[in-house]
Every structure is written in structure tokens, then in C-alpha cells.
Write a protein that binds this ligand. Structure first.
Ligand code: ADP
Length: 684
């Protein structure tokens, strides 16, 4: 039975009881009226017979009425004999006795209780009846409880009133008994239910309180409340609801509770415990009537720890967000289908995509390398990372194409992880294009360093060879000269010594020239001189060299056709000469047959000096390299032509010093043309 049903039943029973009472009162009143009527009739001296008839009729009426009353009514005389009773009383005796047979009026009328009930029951009745009949006491609605012979529990209220004659002598007793079993049962049920609710309230593990509406006086708090808040029960019961709230919430809670009605989840507030500790709570409350007063019962949940955890979680999320947002590396998460479910701004930056473009995109679409672009091969499958790569995941360097079309080199590492029981992956992506470039440069410079180390060794070996050869000649031949020798023999040796000395000097000269040029100590000294004069002035040097090198058979062509004989140029004549001489030396050195031609082509403000030969030529792949220090087409010591590989380096340094350009055009076996171009050297 629920509360409402129970309340209804109680209400119904109470109503029934009230109705019975009213009916009984009305009927007693009527009996009184009848008595008065009889008396008044007597007084009026009416015909006795008529009066008797009327009296008989009235008694009949009264008896009928009494007989039909549900309450048990009986009268006993001062001899304890039942002189009158109604149907209900007869029934009551029947149920008390538990007899199956029906009792008739004769079985009871004029009989005492001892005649009807077992002795102990009759004695019990006598005990009380005696007080009424012999002492004139009145029993009003005494509650009696008994179990009838059928085993039913029966509650009654019994009233016993002494009956007196005109002389105020007690002549008997009127007894009226109401069956209040239904009410009593309801009362017991109500009590039980109240007990149950009280038990639930008291023993509820959640703190609970009941406060009075209006005054907000605390009417009850449960055990959990006392334990949790640390107040004593008596103390709590002297408090009002706002007392539990911190200063800044007191006023608000007063206003808030005023508007509360029915079942409400009243949201998040703060309560102060007895020790001053502030806790965060949520509360649900409802209207109740408590001890006849309008009140609200509230169940409180302390969410301080939950809040603390939430805040910690928020703080840690915030920390992660900050780290993730400011990270240069892209951080992302994939779901089981290899789709992006989280990424930081760096991922957008690296792939050049917007957030919308990245949302839920298959990672493989981002990783498509330029070569795979059309194939749409699936590279990464989160669902099989563990099987394929194990717990540590995978790490790869790939070239990918950004949204803007730029190719970048990325390093990607992907580790599997479980997200809500499903396999996913967390990945880190880094743009390593710059690192790759640096790496390439590093490799290059390492190779260069190794090359230069190799060259240095080769150079030292060559220098040793180049310097030792003439020195050996000088020392060797000079030690051979003796007084006894013929003059022409001595002269031959002296010539060899002189040649070797000169060669040694030229090698040392080259080294010093280059060192000077490279150290920046060599200054440009400009002077004005006629171009044609400069060109023709070089001719004697070549002729001498040709003779010296025994290459007089080579044709020497001086091309001054393109040059205005009046043209005066301004430049460093010595350096220009040095450059041209180096070109000539090589042309003569590397040409056996044919010709050597030189000149200057003037085009506007541009002057291009050249030396052309019909010598061995230079293979294409060596045409840049020969301008580097100590670099030669043939690096081996067994090379057929002399030289230390410094001549062209000197030319290059001079060209740079004079703000010019140097290059070669050549074909292996067909000769070479060395060029040197400078601008704006016409003297004003
Ligand atoms: P080297 O003292 O070895 O001549 P250079 O720096 O003057 O040094 O020249 C570098 C290399 O370039 C030479 O060793 C040679 O292999 C090549 N070379 C220079 N000039 C010519 C040329 N006119 N014909 C063919 N090869 C040449």
C-alpha cells in the first residue's frame, strides 16, 4: 500500500467513524426525545392506554433503531443480567465465542456473562461492570483488544454508563462498544509507515535535512548529516537553513527557497561544515508536511571531491591543450579507422590544411607521397599497427605534398593506444624538410672535407714532387761541377741549375700569389692604358715561352681586329697581365700542334679577353673543377704535363678581384677557349 492509498484509507475510516458517531448521537437524541415525549404526554394526562400504546410504539421504534446500529449496545441490571441488547451485540458475542451456531435473543436475554462466556472472560467483564454498577464510575471509550475464536484481531472501544432510577439509585448499566479494528489497523499501518520513513530518513547514507517553509528553521537532520557536517543534532536543530551557507550565498538561498515548489533539483551550492570547511553540494528537495508543518526535505550530495577531480582534470586538460597548441610538432589522434579525431594547430600548419579539411580525414590521404598520389595505396591501418609494428608502433620519413602543392619531408611516428576499449593511435609529425636540407649540406660538406683532405695529401705529394725535382736538379748538378771539367760541360750544368731554380721560383711564386690573393691583402691598383697596346705587349712573352718550351712550330694569332686602337681602359694592368699569362702558360703547356690565339672582344661596355688553343681540351665534367685550387684534369703524379693546379685558381681570384667573370669552353681533344669578361673599364 503506498502512502496516498494509505492516507485515503485512513481518511475513509475516519469519515465512516465520524458518520457512525453522528448517527449514534442522533439516535440517542431521538430516544431522549421519545422519553421526553412520553413524559410530556403523561404530564398532559392523556389517556393511559393511548399513552401505553404510544410508549410501546416508541419503544419498538427505539428497539428497531438500536437493533440496526452497527455498534454493540447492551443494558445489564444491577444483578448483572442482560436486560436489553441489539443485533450488533448478539453478533459480537457470537464472534467472541466463535460459535458456529447462531445465538438467539433468548440465549442471552436475562442471562449473566457467566451464563454466556467462559468463566475467566465473564470474571474479567465483571471486574469492570462492578465499578460502574456498584460505584457509579463511568468508562469512556476504553480501548480493548482481543483475538476472537476465529483468530481475528479485534479492537473495540467500550463505554459503560451507570443507569439510575428517579431516586438516583443505580439500577443497571448501559454499555456501548464500537468495533474500531479497521481504524486501529490503519493507525498501526500509519505508525508502521511513519516508522519506516523515519528509519529511511535516519539511516539514509546521504545527508538529509528538513526545514520549515518560511522561517527556514531546521526541523530534522539525519545521522549522515550529523556525521558529515560535524554539528551536534541539538545544535543543528537550533539553526536555520542559511546558517549552512557561506556569507555570499546566504541572501540568495533565502530568495531561492522562497520560490521552490514540488520536487526540485536545486543545483550547486556551498555549505559550511561545523569546522568551517566549505564544501560544494548539490541538493534535491521536495515539499512535505512534517509534524503538521509545511516543510521541505532535502537530500544533499557532497560533490567537493568530484569538483576537485573535475578541476584537476580541467587543469590537466588545459595544460595538455597549451602544450599541444604551442608544440611545433604536429600531435594527432586516430580512431580505429585511421581517421583523424584530434590534431593540434601544428598539424594544420605542417600539412597546410584547415581544421575542416582535417576533420575525420583518413591519415593516408595526408601521407600520400607524390609518387603514390594516383595509386591511393593505404599505408597505415590503425587496426593492424600492433600486428604489423608491435606495441612501439611505427616511425617513418616520407615526402608528402602539402595542400599548396609544396613537397615537404616529414617524420612521422605512430603509437597504438586504446581509446574506450577500441584501438586507436597517437601520432607525432614533424616537418624535417629543413633538417633534410641541412643533412644533405652536411653530407656534401663532409664529402668536400674528405675531398679536400684527399687533395691536401695529393697536393703535399705533388708539392714535394714539384719542389724536390728542381731542387734535386740544383743540388745534384751543382755537386757534379768540378775544376777539371770542360767549360762547355760546366755551362750545360749551370743552365740546368738555372732552369731548375727558375722553375722552383715560379712554383713558389704561384703559391705566394694565390695566398696573397686569397688573404685579401692583394690590392687592385688601377691605371689607364690603351687596350691594343696591352694586347700586343703580351706577344713577346708568348714568343719567348714558345721558344723556351720548344713549341715555336705553334701558330700565334693576336686578334686585335675588334679593338679600337684609341681605346683606353682603366684596370689593374699587372693583374690582367698575370691572368692572361696563366691562360698562355696552359695553352702552350697543353697544346702540341696547331695554334694559339688571343684577343679581346668589345661589346658595348663589356670586354671579353680570350685565349684559344688547339690542345688536348678539357672534358665537360672537369670544366668547373679546374678553377678550384690544386685541381687538375689528371690528378695523378704520373700526369704528363707539369704544373701544380694553381694557375686557374689564381685567375679566378684575380677575376673576382677585378669584378669579372671567368669560364672555359672546351671539347676534349679539340682544344679550349678560356674567357675573362669585365664590364665598364673604359677610362673617362
Ligand atoms: P696546372 O699548373 O696544373 O696547369 P692550372 O690551375 O693552370 O694548373 O690548370 C688546372 C688544370 O686545368 C690543368 O692541370 C689541366 O688539366 C687543365 N687545363 C688548364 N688549361 C688547359 C688548356 N688550355 N688545355 C687543356 N687543359 C687545361
Amino acid at each position: 500500500m503506498n502512502n496516498v492509498e494509505f492516507d485515503d484509507l485512513i481518511g475513509q475510516l475516519r469519515q465512516e467513524n465520524e458518520a457512525l458517531k453522528v448517527e449514534l448521537e442522533e439516535k440517542s437524541h431521538k430516544a431522549l426525545q421519545l422519553e421526553q415525549l412520553i413524559l410530556s404526554k403523561d404530564r398532559a394526562g392523556l389517556n393511559l392506554k393511548q399513552a401505553e400504546k404510544a410508549h410501546h410504539e416508541e419503544l419498538l421504534l427505539l428497539r428497531t433503531l438500536i437493533n440496526h446500529l452497527p455498534s454493540s449496545i447492551f443494558v445489564i441490571d444491577n444483578q448483572y443480567r442482560k436486560t436489553a441488547f441489539n443485533e450488533a451485540h448478539l453478533k459480537r458475542i457470537e464472534t467472541t465465542l466463535g460459535k458456529q451456531v447462531k445465538l438467539s435473543e433468548e440465549d442471552i436475554l436475562g442471562k449473566t456473562n457467566w451464563d454466556v462466556y467462559p468463566k475467566e472472560v465473564a470474571d474479567q467483564y465483571y471486574e469492570e461492570d462492578r465499578k460502574v454498577i456498584e460505584k457509579g464510575e463511568t468508562v469512556i471509550e476504553r480501548e480493548i483488544f482481543q483475538t476472537d475464536k476465529l483468530g481475528n484481531q479485534v479492537w473495540e472501544t467500550i463505554s459503560k454508563i451507570p443507569m439510575r432510577d428517579d431516586d438516583d439509585i443505580i439500577i443497571g448499566m448501559l454499555g456501548i462498544a464500537h468495533d474500531v479494528t479497521k481504524n486501529k489497523l490503519a493507525e498501526i499501518a500509519l505508525h508502521d509507515s511513519e516508522e519506516r520513513y523515519r528509519f529511511l530518513f535516519e539511516n539514509n547514507p546521504a545527508p538529509m535535512l528538513i526545514y520549515k517553509r518560511g522561517s527556514l528553521q531546521i526541523l530534522a537532520v539525519n545521522e549522515a548529516f550529523i556525521n558529515h557536517y560535524g554539528y551536534k543534532k541539538e545544535e543543528a536543530l537550533t539553526m536555520v537553513l542559511p546558517d549552512f551557507y557561506p556569507e555570499n550565498e546566504k541572501e540568495t538561498i533565502v530568495q531561492f527557497t522562497a520560490g521552490l515548489e514540488g520536487y526540485k533539483n536545486v543545483g550547486e551550492w556551498h555549505h559550511q561544515k561545523a569546522n568551517g570547511e566549505l564544501i560544494t553540494i548539490i541538493s534535491t528537495s521536495n515539499d512535505i508536511v512534517f509534524e503538521g508543518q509545511k516543510a521541505r526535505v532535502a537530500v544533499i550530495t557532497d560533490i567537493t571531491n568530484r569538483k576537485l577531480m573535475e578541476n584537476k582534470l580541467k587543469a590537466s586538460e588545459e595544460k595538455f591543450r597549451l602544450i599541444s597548441n604551442s608544440a611545433h610538432d604536429g600531435i594527432f589522434m586516430l580512431n580505429e579507422e585511421s581517421r583523424l579525431i584530434y590534431w593540434n594547430p601544428a598539424v594544420e600548419k605542417i600539412f597546410g590544411c584547415t581544421g575542416e579539411e582535417l576533420a575525420f580525414i583518413d591519415i593516408n590521404r595526408l601521407l600520400l607521397s607524390p609518387k603514390q598520389e594516383d595509386k591511393n595505396d593505404r599505408v597505415i591501418q590503425v587496426s593492424s599497427i600492433i600486428d604489423t609494428f608491435g606495441e612501439t608502433g611505427l616511425s617513418l620519413d616520407v615526402e608528402v605534398k602539402r595542400r599548396d602543392g609544396e613537397f615537404i619531408q616529414i617524420e612521422l611516428s605512430l603509437a597504438p593506444l586504446k581509446i574506450s576499449d577500441l584501438w586507436g593511435a597517437v601520432g607525432i609529425v614533424r616537418d624535417i624538410s629543413e633538417r633534410k636540407t641541412v643533412e644533405k649540406e652536411l653530407i656534401l660538406s663532409k664529402e668536400r672535407a674528405e675531398e679536400s683532405d684527399r687533395l691536401k695529401s695529393a697536393f703535399l705529394a705533388m708539392m714535394s714532387h714539384e719542389l724536390r725535382t728542381p731542387l734535386n736538379a740544383v743540388i745534384g748538378f751543382s755537386s757534379l761541377i768540378e775544376e777539371t771539367m770542360e767549360v762547355h760541360e760546366i755551362m750545360e750544368m749551370v743552365k740546368i741549375i738555372n732552369d731548375s731554380g727558375n722553375h722552383l721560383l715560379s712554383v713558389i711564386d704561384s703559391i705566394f700569389s694565390l695566398a696573397l690573393l686569397q688573404s685579401g691583402t692583394s690590392k687592385v691598383l688601377t691605371e689607364d692604358f690603351p687596350l691594343s697596346n696591352f694586347l700586343t705587349g703580351l706577344k713577346p712573352y708568348i714568343t719567348t715561352r714558345l721558344v723556351k718550351d720548344k713549341k715555336e712550330h705553334l701558330d700565334l694569332i693576336v686578334n686585335t681586329n675588334t679593338v679600337n686602337p684609341e681605346l683606353i681602359i682603366r684596370s689593374d694592368r699587372t693583374k690582367l697581365t698575370q691572368l692572361m699569362i696563366n691562360f698562355f702558360d696552359n695553352a702552350i703547356k697543353y697544346t702540341t700542334n696547331g695554334s694559339i690565339e688571343y684577343g679581346c672582344m668589345v661589346e658595348g661596355s663589356s670586354f671579353t679577353f680570350y685565349v684559344k688553343d688547339t690542345g688536348i681540351g678539357i672534358p665537360n665534367d672537369k670544366q668547373t673543377l679546374i678553377f678550384e685550387r690544386f685541381r687538375q684534369v689528371e690528378d695523378s703524379l704520373t700526369r704528363t704535363h707539369g704544373g701544380v693546379g694553381l694557375g686557374l685558381s689564381i685567375c679566378k681570384e684575380i677575376a673576382e678581384l677585378l669584378n669579372g667573370e671567368i669560364w672555359v669552353e672546351s671539347k676534349s681533344g679539340h682544344g679550349s677557349i678560356f674567357y675573362f669578361r669585365i664590364e665598364n673599364i673604359v677610362a673617362e
